[in-house]
Design a protein around this ligand. Structure first.
Ligand code: GTP
Ligand code: MG
Length: 149
């Protein structure tokens, strides 16, 4: 079974994205520790923002088939160090979140993800409009052979 590790800064939208894709109610609660579910491994944004936690992300990546790296489109900075995606021996997909907000700068977010060494296509998502979720659902199905009901 193909599990996915979600990484990204604090508030990037990892838990919301997971809730959307699992058809759960989208409600805000800060992630405090690694959170394992059948499909996703969600983690606190601190694990990316604080370098002494990088090893947790790297260790956890051994349990998944790919990594989804989120970048908040409204943030004028990134927490991904250059070529960070290359430390994982797994495919890393870029996801730009919060594209519905007026402050969103998709071009800048794309360049942050490129800087992080992510060459896969970047998906653009919004939990407000649902934009970008169909391609992610297809990706999930391809990975897990999940049936839509
Ligand atoms: N407008 C808008 N808000 C969003 C979107 N995605 C997430 N948010 C909001 O951003 C806030 C943080 O979202 P979370 O999903 O909790 O972020 P996280 O990456 O899990 O954060 P940590 O658990 O702290 O690492 C919440 O208030 C969400 O409602 C989006 O696409 N658009
Ligand atoms: Mg969270």
């Amino acid at each position: 079974m193909g599990r996915i590790l979600l990484i990204g800064g604090i508030g990037a939208g990892k838990t919301s994205l997971k809730q959307m894709l699992m058809n759960e109610q989208v409600s805000y609660r800060k992630t405090q520790m690694l959170d394992f579910s059948q499909v996703f491994i969600d983690c606190p944004g601190e694990y990316l923002e604080i370098p002494r936690f990088y090893h947790v992300l790297i260790d956890t990546s051994h349990q998944v088939s790919e990594i989804w790296a989120l970048q908040d489109a409204t943030k004028p900075r990134t927490f991904y160090p250059p070529k960070f995606a290359k430390v994982f021996n797994k495919p890393v997909m870029g996801i730009i979140t919060k594209v519905d907000l007026p402050k969103a700068n998709v071009e800048q977010a794309t360049s942050f993800l490129t800087y992080a060494g992510i060459s896969e296509p970047c998906f653009q998502t919004s939990i407000m409009t649902g934009e970008g979720y169909d391609p992610l659902r297809m990706r999930l199905e391809a990975l897990n052979g999940l049936q839509n009901d």
